[in-house]
Design a protein around this ligand. Sequence first.
Ligand code: ADP
Ligand code: MG
Length: 253
Amino acid sequence: MSALIELAGFTKHFAGTPVLQGVDLQVHEGEVIVILGPSGCGKSTLLRCLNGLEQGDGGTLRLAGEALTADSDWQRVRQQVGMVFQSYNLFPHMTVLDNILLGPLRVQGRPRAEAQAQAMALLERVGLAQRAHAWPRELSGGQQQRIAIVRALCMNPKVMLFDEVTAALDPEMVKEVLQVILDLAKGGMTLVIVTHEMAFARAVADRIVFMDGGRIAEQNDPERFFSSPQTARAQQFLERFSYVENLPGRKAS
Ligand code: ADP
Ligand code: MG
């Protein structure tokens, strides 16, 4: 089966500094990839290149077989590659429903009735149908992030990219957002997820991609990656997480 996303020798520099140094990655349809790695290793840059927010400067990127370059029609491509960020960026002067319908109506030129029916079905799926006419400011962070996911889904993308979408949320709201992503994974959607939620990564991923210094240092299925990481960098990375989880109490001897 050919890959939905295919990167080969993909590079990106910022002002001469290499940030992606020859990334080879294939994502197949229906696959759930979790990208892990230390801060600054290039995870966000990689996701941003996948939907044209940044352009690579070497190697190739293909989406569903089509080679993408700076000259590609990124407005069209971006409709196939949904992205959700840490900050949800809903327009404050528009209701939830109007935020969701903006892309389907203005960019895709779809009939309102059809787009609205899909928006309402998606809102139902994330448990927010009754908030369709609310203003973003009336919603919690977790609810706004679920709306941002619906807004991306309503464009009918081929793949969804998630960049640390729970990192800015209060702990009690993290679960409701991760649950939505898990539900998408179970539904067979192709997902590329950057997260620091290790238990979630292990539960949701078909494959873990571990990056370090702008390269993929190793990739493996989650059980193998978490139980026996192959590189020293991945071992160090995982040890830092288990250290926090296993901090001894003050009174432990
Ligand atoms: P991660 O998401 O893994 O933390 P990023 O992709 O955000 O890493 O950043 C990778 C490297 O590229 C970092 O050194 C960062 O400082 C640098 N970088 C990211 N965006 C820019 C930019 N717009 N201009 C210059 N340097 C950048
Ligand atoms: Mg990042």
